[in-house]
Ligand binder design. Structure first.
Ligand code: ADP
Ligand code: MG
Length: 251
């Protein structure tokens, strides 16, 4: 009870969040977003007044030097952390206004996450890794099976579905992670350096799959990368520096 009360008070500190209205076509809209981490007596301003909008169906990449705030931005959008100031809307809903259950649901059902190090469960097969989010979502077993196979086929891994992650190459593991991100039919996929551990050829294959998802399933995709050749494959590129978006390029 005490914990809960503190949380609500924490959110009240963010005075800005009531005054923003997202556009009707926005998948993600961020207003005046700041994030300050307190490190002992030092403050780290990881995000410093970010404004941006990603429309439904867009494929956008974010580039910028290490430490420029890219991961922090994704964490705010994915409700993995709360902003210090400003507001984040996903599907036109203010993420900071959600209670814990709504945030959990957002992460489980509305957003697919893809990480640099794949984050697969090592003791589960490719099939079981893809099935897992559907188990959490209490999907009936028959549906889980159909969908897991469909998404593994989509990434070209139907033949390896009984392999453990350690029995797959890096590129194959990331393809499993992509299939898993789609499990509960998210409207948005966010990927943090998804090709960071892969060679150029495998990296391109991964982005080609993301491009297909964007075109064929109309998935909105937000991808962070530090590889210019990969960043250019999106439709629009945002550049970050020192916690700010400093440039935008239509590709
Ligand atoms: P990028 O993903 O662009 O490399 P990050 O978003 O990870 O950058 O980090 C932005 C800045 O915030 C960096 O200076 C980093 O050290 C700092 N930072 C990130 N997360 C934390 C945290 N949990 N606690 C303290 N500082 C953090
Ligand atoms: Mg990062």
């Amino acid at each position: 009870m005490k914990l809960k009360k503190k949380k609500i008070e924490d959110r009240k500190v963010n005075k800005d969040e009531g005054k923003y209205t997202p556009d009707s076509d926005s998948m993600i809209q961020v207003f005046n977003l700041s994030k300050v981490y307190q490190m002992g007596e030092f403050e780290v301003r990881a995000l410093d007044g970010v404004n941006m909008k990603i429309s439904k169906g867009e494929f956008v990449s974010v580039m910028g030097p290490s430490g420029s705030g890219k991961t922090t931005l994704l964490n705010m959008i994915g409700a993995l952390d709360n902003p210090s100031n400003g507001a984040v809307f996903v599907n036109r809903i203010n993420v900071a206004h959600m209670d814990d259950e709504q945030q959990t649901n957002l992460r489980l059902r509305s957003i697919g996450f893809i990480f640099q190090f794949y984050n697969l469960v090592p003791v589960l097969t490719a099939y079981e890794n893809v099935e897992l989010p559907m188990v959490f979502a209490e999907e009936p077993e028959e549906n889980r099976r159909k969908k897991a196979i469909k998404f593994l086929e989509l990434v070209g891994l139907e033949r390896q579905m009984d392999h453990l992650p350690a029995e797959l190459s890096g590129g194959e593991q990331q393809r499993v992670a992509i299939a898993r991100s789609l499990a509960n039919g998210p409207s948005l996929v966010i990927a943090d350096e998804p090709t960071g551990e892969l060679d150029t050829k495998m990296g391109r294959e991964i982005v080609n799959i993301l491009q297909d998802l964007n075109k064929e399933l109309n998935q909105t995709i937000l991808m962070v990368t530090h590889d210019p050749a990969i960043g250019k494959l999106a439709e629009r590129l945002l550049r970050m520096r020192d916690g700010k978006i400093v440039d935008e390029i239509k590709l």
